[in-house]
Design a protein around this ligand. Structure first.
Ligand SMILES: C[S@@+](CC[C@H](N)C(=O)[O-])C[C@H]1O[C@@H](n2cnc3c(N)ncnc32)[C@H](O)[C@@H]1O
Length: 395
């Protein structure tokens, strides 16, 4: 029963929302200095090394934040989940052809965490059907793989033919009424890393058809068609929390798999954006944060001035002559430091918010008559989106 843990997480996330439900770019240091002086002082005392260590260690972060956010350790405890028991299912030789190493490890782990129900499979948003390939080969039951992109269907079908696997690819839109025809009661439906509404649509359709079993590993919670999050379970529908797409990005913001290059790119891009924002505030005599659209990463190599000229054109800001770009770049870099500190605080809520979303899905399946398990199917370095929701219709 996931309702009690959901209710606890919900209450704590609601009462602490001022620490995570905001846009870090638009919060000024003096606001926090006035509202949370002790926390502000602690954040400012941290060295870059200490910040990096805390980002990598959620338990230590919760411990360190507890004097300032009393719910910190409770949040950490509530977001802990068990690793699922796994069986090693040996795949036939050559099955991994064309599959990148880390993906292969994910597939093995995901398959190992699924019970063998001896049912045909439906693979939702299959890509090239890598998961379906492993499932049909190790369970000896056929798989139907639904995928939107024809090229991926073709590539998957060609591989399946070569490997002599019982796979059928269908090109289809997971959201269309037409794709419902592929969902049957006597089936085990799976979705590995189907984004946002795509895995939600599978859970809803399986529940409405009372399909026997469904297993999903959610990702990209923010990729939804509505403006804001639509809770699935009755419990979550009663929650005080209203989640924007920005909030829904929080569960994905972690640095475990980000290499130095990614971290550097982030430093350059974010500090350029913040430097430009400070500059435009100065020119236009405003306090309002100005968001700038996505930028081609190559433009960042042309330097801060080029970025500002591009952003000014996009946002129709007239830049006066004689701007001291070096100065505004430095302002941006300083603001980057502050944004990083706010992001460190928000990290405390990252996994709890993800668990809130996952338990919403679990509660929805329970409300629909299913026995549900939730746990991790692999360690984070293999994929940070390592949660698995498995639901089986109660007899
Ligand atoms: C993140 S990939 C996951 C692929 C695969 N399950 C895996 O783990 O490798 C998501 C897949 O969903 C597909 N997709 C996106 N929108 C879709 C839709 N409306 N209907 C069906 N598939 C869709 C994409 O083309 C992509 O192949």
């Amino acid at each position: 029963m996931f309702a009690p843990v959901f209710a606890q997480l919900d209450a704590v996330l609601a009462e602490t929302r001022h620490f995570w439900q905001f846009m870090p770019f638009s919060v000024q240091p003096d606001e926090w200095q006035a509202q949370y002086p002790a926390l502000y002082q602690w954040l400012n005392s941290l060295s870059d090394e200490q910040m990096a260590e805390l980002l990598d260690d959620p338990q230590a972060l919760a411990f360190q934040l507890a004097p300032y956010i009393p719910q910190a350790q409770q949040l950490y405890r509530l977001s802990q989940v068990e690793g699922l028991a796994r069986i090693e299912r040996i795949a036939p030789k050559g099955l991994d052809i064309g599959i990148p190493g880390r993906k292969w490890q994910q597939l093995q782990a995901f398959n190992g965490a699924l019970p063998a129900l001896n049912l045909p499979w439906l693979e939702w948003c299959a890509g090239k059907g890598y998961l379906g390939r492993v499932l049909t080969a190790t369970h000896q039951t056929p798989v139907v793989s639904l995928e939107w992109q024809q090229a991926l269907c073709d590539s998957g079908a060609a591989a399946a033919e070569k490997l002599k696997l019982a796979m059928t690819f269908v090109q289809g839109d997971a959201f269309s009424a037409d794709s419902e025809q592929y969902i049957h009661a006597g089936q085990h439906a799976v979705a590995l890393h189907a984004c946002g509404d795509l895995h939600v649509s599978l859970l809803q359709r399986v529940a409405s058809k009372q399909g026997q079993a469904v297993s999903v590993s959610p990702c990209c919670y923010h990729l939804i068609r509505d403006k804001s999050y639509q809770p699935m379970s009755r419990l979550a529908q009663q929650s005080e929390l209203a989640l924007s797409k920005h909030d829904l990005r929080l569960p994905l913001q972690e640095t475990v798999t980000a290499g130095n290059r990614v971290k550097n790119l982030r430093f350059v891009e974010v500090s350029f954006r913040l430097g430009f924002d400070s500059l435009q505030k100065h020119i236009q005599a405003t306090d309002e944060y100005m968001p700038v659209p996505n930028v081609q990463k190559a433009l960042l190599n042309d330097g801060f001035e080029a970025f500002c000229r591009w952003a000014a054109e996009k946002k129709q800001v007239t830049l006066p002559d004689n701007i001291d770009f070096a100065y505004w770049q430095q302002v941006g870099e300083q603001r980057f430091g502050w944004v990083e500190k706010l992001e460190l605080v928000r990290q405390l809520f990252r996994r709890p918010l993800e668990m809130w979303l996952v338990y919403d899905r679990a509660c929805f399946m329970e409300e629909s008559g299913y026995q549900v398990t939730v746990g991790t199917f692999c360690d984070k370095p293999i994929t940070p989106r390592n949660l698995l929701i498995h639901a089986e219709l109660k007899q």
